[in-house]
Design a protein around this ligand. Sequence first.
Ligand SMILES: Cc1cc2nc3c(=O)[nH]c(=O)nc-3n(C[C@H](O)[C@H](O)[C@H](O)COP(=O)(O)O)c2cc1C
Length: 189
Amino acid sequence: MSASPAALDVLMHRRSDRHFADRPLEPGVAEALFEAFRWAPSSNNRQPWRLLVAESPEAVRAYDEALSEGNRAWATVAPLKLVLVGNPSEQPDRDGLQCFMLDCGLALENLLVQGCAMGLTAHAMVGWDAAKVIAGFSIPEPMRPVALIAVGYRGRVEDLAPAVREKDLRPRTRRPIDEIVVRDRFAAK
Ligand SMILES: Cc1cc2nc3c(=O)[nH]c(=O)nc-3n(C[C@H](O)[C@H](O)[C@H](O)COP(=O)(O)O)c2cc1C
C-alpha cells in the first residue's frame, strides 16, 4: 500500500511562519478551521477541548498583552487569534499521563493542517503568560489554556524584524526516520 500523497503533501509543506499579511479572512475560513479542530480523535471521544476566539478589541488586547515578548514581535498582526483551552476534568489521566493534553494536541494539529491546506499559516504558541490568559478570557477552573494560535495569510517576509525574519527563512528540519522509529525494542545502554 502506498502512502497517501494528499495527506503527506500538506503535512510536509505546513510550516509555522511568522510573516502575516494585514488581510482579513473571508467568511467561512475560520469556521472551516473550527470544523477540522472538532473532528480530531480523542480518548473515548471525550473531546476535552474548547477554542476561544479573541474578537472584541478588549479580547484582542488581552491576547496581545499575554504573549511573550518574542511572540508579540510578530503574532499581533494575525487576523485570527485563538486560545486552545483544555478541560482535564473531561479526560482522566492515565498513569500520570495528562490525556487531555494529548487530545488537545491532536485537535491543534487538525487545525494547523487544515489551515495549511487552505493556504494559511497557522502558528501554535506556548510563549505566553498563563495567568494573563486565564484572567483575560475568564477561563473557569479546572480548564487550562494549552496553546495560543495565530492564523492568517502570509505577507512579506522582508517586513519582519531581522531576528524574526531569520527564523522564517530557515529550512524546516526533522530527525531522520531511523533515529525516531524503534523496531522491536530499545537497545540496551
Ligand atoms: C505546541 C507548540 C508550541 C509552539 N510555541 C511556539 C512559540 O511560542 N513561539 C514560536 O515562535 N513558535 C512556536 N511553535 C512553533 C515551533 O517552533 C515549530 O512548530 C517548529 O519549529 C517546527 O517548525 P514547523 O512548524 O514550521 O514545521 C510552537 C509549536 C507547537 C506545536
